[in-house]
Design a protein around this ligand. Sequence first.
Ligand code: NI
Length: 173
Amino acid sequence: MAKLALVKWPDPRLKEVSKPVKEITAETRSFIDDMVETMYAENGIGLSAVQVGRMERIVTMDLGSGSERYDTEEVGDLIVMINPEIKEFSEEEMTFKEGCLSFPGQFSDVVRPEKVTVEFLDYNGKKQILHANDLLSICIQHEIDHLNGIVFVDHISKLKRERLLKKLKKADL
Ligand code: NI
């Protein structure tokens, strides 16, 4: 396994749409292992393939792997999703202060549907359906957004976005 380099804003790949995985090979699984290692090493609760420079529809998540910021009682379990598709969104919404490994140190309140139903292929290529709520639902939506070239700051007001990106630029100098 190897830790991969993160793709960070303003890398243009973050705005691109990722392609479906056609076949899950040993090489795909080896890449996913590297994604998982990278996610844990960076204390992220989720990671999408584009964030390590591969434009394929793969995400990894583990709510227990996050930094202390995520004060969650949920047991940390690794979830791997290949070609995930959200089939249902709830009408109820929730607000969560989101962050992203591609926007280090930056956080902003984002409003999203509170529950989702998602279909995907797991690590072994088996079709799965998951009903998620709360932080897991938010994380799923955030990561699948990445596969569609959408980042969390696309969900906030222009004013807040500009302020956040300015702070990020400053921190990067
Ligand atoms: Ni992100």
